[in-house]
Ligand binder design. Structure first.
Ligand code: AVJ
Ligand code: FE
Length: 433
C-alpha cells in the first residue's frame, strides 16, 4: 500500500472507533429520541455506513447496493430528524453488522483503487476523504445528542491545558486582497472551491474567543431584553423561546451553572462561551460596540500569511494540528480556557481560531464565485442563500481530519446545541492600516 492509502486506512479506523465509542451504550439509549432536534444515535450509526456505501462502494467502486431497501431510511432529506426514531431502523446490532460489512469492502476497494487517476472521486482519495469527514461530522452530531440526553457517564472527558492571561484584546489585520478558499487540497469540499481573491479592508479582531465571563456581563447588563442589540427576527425568537442565557446555563444561588453531559458545575469564567445561537452572538457584539467578523475576515485572520503572500493550511502553518496548537479531537469534552494555545497563533496573532468552539460569522452561507457542486448538490448547494450562517474553525469535538483554514460549516441562526461560540471584530481607521 502507498503512504496515502495507509493514511486513509488509519483515518477510516480512527473515525470508526470514534463512532463505536459514542454508541457503546444500552440499546434503549441508542434508539431513543433524546431531542426533536436530533436523530436517534442508531440512525447516525447506520447512516455513516450507508453514506460510505454510496460514495465509496457504489460511486467509486461500481459495486451493487448491499441493502437497497434501507437507502431511503438513511437519506437525510427523506426524513426530518424529529421523525427518524419512528422509522423501522436497523437495530443497534444490525447497524453495527451492516457498517462493518460495508467497511470490509471499502478496504478492498481502497486496496485496488488508483488514487492518482484524474477521476475526481479517486484523485487524492477524495471519496474516502468524503466518508471520513462525514463520519467525523456525525461524531460531533452524536456528541450534541448525548449532551441533550442529559445522561452522565457516556462521554469521555479530559483536562484541557490551562488558560493564559495578558496579551492584547484584539489584533490588527492589515487591508488588502487575500486568497480565500482552495484549489489544491484534495479533501476540500466543493463549497471551499475555487480559490479566489477577496479584497478585505483593515480590521481588528479579538485575539481570543469571547469568554463566559464576558458573555455573563452582557447577560447581567440586561442584554437579552434590550431590543437595541438584537436583529429583529432574533429578538422575536428570543422572546418566544424565553431565552435568557446560553443553552444549558441555569441561575441558582446568585451564580450561573451549566450542565455538561449530565453534570452541573459553575460556569467557568475563562472558557469560551458555547451553545449560543447566531442571534445571541450578534446581539452580544452590538452590545459590546463591535460586530461579528465576516467569513472573509475570519479566514484572512486565520490563515493569511502576508509576508509569504499565501494562505496557510492552519493558523500556525501547514503542519498537522498537535496538542500544543488547538483543542480538537475530543481530548477534553469542553473548550480550553482562553489563551491556552499560544503555539497555535495565526500570522496576525489571533489565537484559538482552530478548535475549542465553532465561531459564528456575520456571513450567509453562499457559493464562492465559480462554485461547482461536487459530488452532489445536497451536500452544500441546497443550503446556499439567506437561511444559514457560516461558522468557522471547528470545536473541541471536531477531529483534525475535518477542519482547516478554508473549511466552512453552516447552520440556522437559531441553533444552540452545536459547540458554537464566537469572537468579535471592528473596522480599522485609515490611520491604522
Ligand atoms: C456541514 C455540519 C452542516 O451535519 O448537517 C452531515 C454535514 N452533511 N451529513 C450537517 C453533513 C451530511 C452538515 N454540516
Ligand atoms: Fe450525513
Amino acid at each position: 500500500m502507498t503512504d496515502l492509502k495507509e493514511r486513509i486506512a488509519a483515518a477510516l479506523r480512527e473515525v470508526r472507533d470514534r463512532s463505536l465509542t459514542y454508541t457503546d451504550a444500552d440499546d434503549a439509549v441508542l434508539v431513543r429520541r433524546h431531542s426533536r432536534l436530533m436523530s436517534p444515535l442508531v440512525w447516525d450509526l447506520a447512516h455513516v455506513g450507508n453514506y460510505e456505501e454510496l460514495w465509496v462502494l457504489r460511486a467509486l467502486g461500481g459495486i451493487e447496493p448491499l441493502r437497497p431497501e434501507i437507502d431511503q431510511m438513511y437519506d437525510a432529506f427523506a426524513h426530518p430528524r424529529a421523525e427518524r426514531a419512528g422509522l423501522p431502523l436497523l437495530t443497534p446490532r444490525e447497524a453495527r453488522a451492516y457498517i462493518s460489512g460495508v467497511r470490509g469492502r471499502v478496504l478492498d476497494v481502497l486496496d485496488a483503487a488508483d488514487l492518482g487517476a484524474p477521476d475526481p472521486l479517486r484523485a487524492g482519495g477524495f471519496a474516502f476523504g468524503l466518508a471520513v469527514q462525514h463520519e467525523h461530522q456525525h461524531g460531533e452530531t452524536m456528541l450534541a445528542t448525548l449532551q441533550l440526553s442529559g445522561r452522565a457517564g457516556l462521554v469521555r472527558d479530559g483536562e484541557p491545558p490551562p488558560g493564559r492571561s495578558g496579551g492584547p484584546a484584539e489584533v490588527l489585520v492589515p487591508g488588502g486582497p487575500f486568497l480565500a478558499g482552495t484549489d489544491a487540497l484534495p479533501w476540500a469540499y466543493d463549497n471551499e472551491r475555487p480559490a479566489h481573491l477577496v479584497e478585505v479592508p483593515a480590521f481588528w479582531i479579538d485575539r481570543l474567543p469571547v469568554t463566559n465571563e464576558r458573555f455573563a456581563e452582557f447577560v447581567a447588563d440586561g442584554g437579552y431584553t434590550d431590543p437595541r442589540w438584537w436583529d429583529p427576527a432574533g429578538y422575536r425568537w428570543r422572546r418566544e423561546g424565553e431565552v435568557t442565557a446560553p443553552l444549558f446555563w441555569t441561575r441558582d444561588g446568585g451564580r450561573w451553572w451549566r450542565t455538561r453531559f449530565g453534570r452541573t458545575e459553575p460556569v467557568p469564567p475563562e472558557e469560551p462561551v458555547q451553545h449560543v445561537s447566531w442571534y445571541e452572538a450578534d446581539a452580544y457584539a452590538r452590545w459590546a460596540g463591535r460586530r461579528l467578523p465576516t467569513e472573509a475576515e475570519w479566514e484572512k485572520a486565520c490563515g493569511w500569511d502576508r509576508a509569504a503572500g499565501r494562505a496557510l493550511l492552519y493558523p500556525w502553518g501547514d503542519g498537522p494540528p498537535g496538542p500544543q496548537h488547538a483543542g480538537l479531537g475530543h481530548r477534553a469534552a469542553r473548550p480550553a480556557p482562553a489563551g491556552a494555545y499560544p503555539a497555535g497563533a495565526s500570522p496576525c496573532g489571533a489565537e484559538q481560531m482552530i478548535g475549542d468552539v465553532w465561531e459564528w460569522t456575520s456571513s450567509w452561507f453562499r457559493p464562492y464565485p465559480g462554485f461547482r457542486a461536487f459530488p452532489y448538490r445536497e451536500y452544500s448547494e441546497v443550503f446556499f442563500g439567506r437561511t444559514h450562517r457560516v461558522l468557522r474553525g471547528g470545536s473541541w469535538a471536531t477531529h483534525p481530519d475535518a477542519v482547516r483554514t478554508t473549511f466552512r460549516n453552516w447552520d440556522l441562526p437559531v441553533r444552540r446545541q452545536i459547540f458554537a461560540g464566537f469572537r468579535t471584530a471592528r473596522a480599522a481607521g485609515p490611520e491604522e492600516c
